[in-house]
Structure formats: structure tokens, C-alpha cells
Design a protein around this ligand. Structure first.
Ligand SMILES: *Cc1c(COP(=O)(O)O)cnc(C)c1O
Length: 398
């Protein structure tokens, strides 16, 4: 293994742009730079390419609806996953005006949680569905929380920290039974899990390009046909009036290509990814004691492994891994310099000594068995070194 090569196991944070995606984007920078809204063919021909990308996104999501022009009109391009989350909730609140409750989960991404917190300062009531120690939603709680005053239920398809998959199709039905709309942040699910929106009752779905080998700064929002939609960004008539602003053409083309590739390779890639992940986890279990693997092990993303190395700090593990050119991430949000475990790990009520020592490894199609083996062989020395200077390790079992 080349010593200078980075082993990138932080793909839930962002992914490399696929070389094929990059090639598809290339002509739209310096050659085909026209504005899709222009009357001339130089710009207008770009609009046709955007519609082609839109159909590719729709195909990956199983959104079969085509309007009279053959366009996949349920897809709105956005600037990122966070915008999609905000826009969906904003639109739902307008479509269900008169209702003032939002039901979401305690383990959502900040794209949903921070917006809900903002809305709580504007008269909306937010109810958070809790999770158990495996990160699974309390569905009985959800059933009670969703009522006639609920405008929208927003629950992620899969959690970015543990990979736990949530029963969003069931929850969409639960929401509809009470007249509420349903949104899912599927940023971690799209490209990793099969999705068929035609067969579901989901009203809004958010995805983000940079989590599936498209560039950063582009995303899409699925809006089920017939759902009233109020834009978050007012401007020109782009996106059928649903999102103002000249299209991010290059990135939209890239997102279309990434969705096409994901659809073609999803089944094979998810098997490869889960094999690599299992190889990592088996290797760690074999070599290191006092670990826990977090999340719903029977029902999680193929690429995500959240491992708690008890009695040490996740940040210290990451720093030592970084010196070996291994990129992973911790379950901590280092706000104000304190090493508090993330809201997701806290919600799962992991023991203090485990939550603090959590590392998330998130794989992509570019990882190899050699890389995983290198990580598995490197980890024991890292963990041993940190435990040898940890007061918690000294005190364990006493
Ligand atoms: C990364 C991520 C987002 C945010 O996407 P951006 O494009 O970075 O705004 C939202 N939700 C989940 C689950 C994510 O993992």
C-alpha cells in the first residue's frame, strides 16, 4: 500500500466526484455555457440537457410521472440537501396552513432540526420522535404524536451516523391517515438503497449530489404531483416557478449522470459495500476488545459502520488515524470546544464511555479490501496506545 495514499472512509460527509460525472459536466463550463432560459438555440439546447438530467434523477427515485412535454415534473433542482429539507417543510406548512405541528425525529440532520428549531420561534409546535439504544424509531410514539393539528411529518430515510434505516413508507401512510404531509431526507439513502416513489405515499423527498459522487452545491427535491408547492427562493420562472435562480447547469448535468450511474450499479455496489463493511467489523471484533457496533445491525445502510471503542475519545482516535492517512469521522459535534457526543448518540443513550469513543467509517465504491485490511491492521495499536493513557480504561470494571 502506497504510504501517501489517503484511505477515505468518510463518504457520509462527502464523496469524490465520479470521473464519468466530471466528463459529462465538462462541456458545460467553457463551451455550452448558454443560459437555459434564453430564446436562442445556444441556450435552449442546454435546457433540453437539464430535462434529460431531471429524468435520470426521477428514474433513480422511481418517479414515473411525465408532464405533457415528457418532463419529469416531480423533480425540482436545488442547491443542496439542506435547501431541500427547508423547502419541503416550508411548502408543507403552506399547503397545510391552519395546522401548526411538525413531527420529526430526534436524530435528523441539522438541515431539518435547525429549521424546525427556527420555526419553533414562529409559533410552530415541534414534536420529536425518540429512538431506542439501537437507533430505531419509537413508532408507537409517532402514532400518538401525529394528530389533526400536524401539518407535516419529516423523517429521514437513513441516518448519516449509524446508517439505521427508518420505515418511511409506513410513516407516510401514518401521516396521511391524519391529513398531514410527509417529507423524507433521503440524502444518505439515494444511490445506496432501492427507492420507488411511485409505489409509496411520500410527498417530498430530499437528495444531495455530493453524497452520491456528484459535485457539492447541487441537490434535488421530489414533490409529488398535485402537492401544492410554495418556493423558498422567489425569482425567475426557473424550475416551473418552484425555485428562482439561473440553474447550476454544470452541477445539474453532473447530478443526472451520477443518478444514471447509481441506478445502473446500485445492486452490485451495495453487495460490495456491505462485504467491505462486514470485513472491517469482523476484523475489528477479532482484534480489539470492549467495542460496540452501533445502530440497527439488521437494517442499515451497506456502507456505514459506527463503532464505539470504549474508554477513549473518538477525536483522539481520529487524530491518530489521520497520521496514518486514514479519514473517518466521530460522532461528536465539537461545538464550543467541548467533546460532547453527537445528538444521535446521545438520543440512543449509549453509555458515556462508549458514546465518547465512537468513530464512523463510511465506505464508497472506491474503497478496496486492501484498504480495509490496512485499517484493521492499524487500529489495534492506535486503540491500545490511547487506552494505555486513559484513566477510564484504568478504572473499568471496578
Ligand atoms: C449531508 C446531509 C445533508 C445535507 O446535505 P448538503 O447538501 O450538505 O446540504 C442532509 N441530510 C443528511 C442525512 C445528510 O447526510
Amino acid at each position: 500500500m502506497n504510504k501517501n495514499q489517503v484511505i477515505y472512509l468518510d463518504n457520509n460527509a462527502t464523496t469524490a466526484v465520479d470521473a464519468e460525472v466530471f466528463e459529462a459536466m465538462r462541456p458545460f463550463f467553457c463551451e455550452r455555457y448558454g443560459n437555459p432560459s434564453s430564446i436562442h438555440r445556444f441556450g435552449g439546447s442546454v435546457a433540453a440537457e437539464i430535462e434529460d438530467a431531471r429524468r435520470k434523477v426521477a428514474d433513480l427515485l422511481g418517479s414515473g410521472f411525465r408532464d405533457s412535454e415528457g418532463n419529469a415534473a416531480e423533480i425540482v433542482f436545488t442547491s443542496c440537501g439542506s435547501e431541500g429539507d427547508n423547502a419541503a417543510i416550508n411548502a408543507a406548512l403552506t399547503a397545510r396552513s391552519g395546522r401548526n405541528k411538525i413531527v420529526t425525529s430526534i436524530v435528523e440532520h441539522p438541515g431539518v432540526l435547525a429549521y424546525c428549531k427556527e420555526l419553533s420561534h414562529h409559533g410552530f409546535e415541534i414534536e420529536y420522535i425518540p429512538v431506542d439504544e439501537r437507533g430505531r424509531l419509537d413508532l408507537a410514539y409517532a402514532e400518538r404524536a401525529i394528530d389533526d393539528s400536524t401539518a407535516v411529518v419529516s423523517v429521514m430515510w437513513a441516518n448519516n451516523e449509524t446508517g439505521t434505516i427508518f420505515p418511511v413508507e409506513t410513516m407516510a401512510k401514518m401521516a396521511h391517515a391524519k391529513g398531514a404531509l410527509f417529507h423524507t431526507d433521503a440524502v444518505q439513502a439515494v444511490g445506496k438503497l432501492p427507492i420507488n416513489l411511485n409505489a409509496s405515499e411520500i410527498d417530498f423527498l430530499t437528495l444531495s449530489g455530493h453524497k452520491l459522487h456528484a459535485p457539492k452545491g447541487v441537490g434535488a427535491l421530489y414533490v409529488r404531483r398535485g402537492t401544492r408547492f410554495k418556493p423558498l427562493i422567489f425569482g425567475g420562472h426557473q424550475e416551473k416557478g418552484r425555485r428562482g435562480g439561473t440553474e447550476n447547469v454544470t452541477s445539474v448535468i453532473g447530478l443526472g449522470k451520477a443518478c444514471e450511474l447509481a441506478q445502473r450499479n446500485l445492486a452490485i455496489e451495495s453487495v460490495q459495500l456491505s462485504r467491505l463493511r462486514d470485513r472491517l467489523e469482523a476484523g475489528v471484533r477479532e482484534r480489539i476488545t470492549h467495542i460496540r457496533i452501533n445502530g440497527d445491525l439488521a437494517n442499515r445502510l451497506p456502507n456505514t459502520s459506527s463503532i464505539s471503542f470504549e474508554y477513549i475519545e473518538g477525536e483522539s482516535i481520529l487524530m491518530l488515524l489521520d497520521m496514518l492517512n486514514i479519514c473517518a469521522s466521530s460522532g461528536s459535534a465539537c461545538t464550543t470546544g467541548s467533546l460532547e457526543p453527537s445528538h444521535v448518540l446521545r438520543a440512543m443513550n449509549l453509555p458515556y464511555t462508549a458514546a465518547h469513543g465512537t468513530v464512523r467509517f463510511s465506505l464508497s465504491k472506491y474503497n478496496t479490501a486492501d484498504e480495509i485490511d490496512f485499517v484493521v491492521e492499524s487500529l489495534p495499536a492506535v486503540i491500545e496506545r490511547l487506552r494505555s493513557i486513559s484513566p477510564y480504561w484504568e478504572e473499568r470494571d471496578k
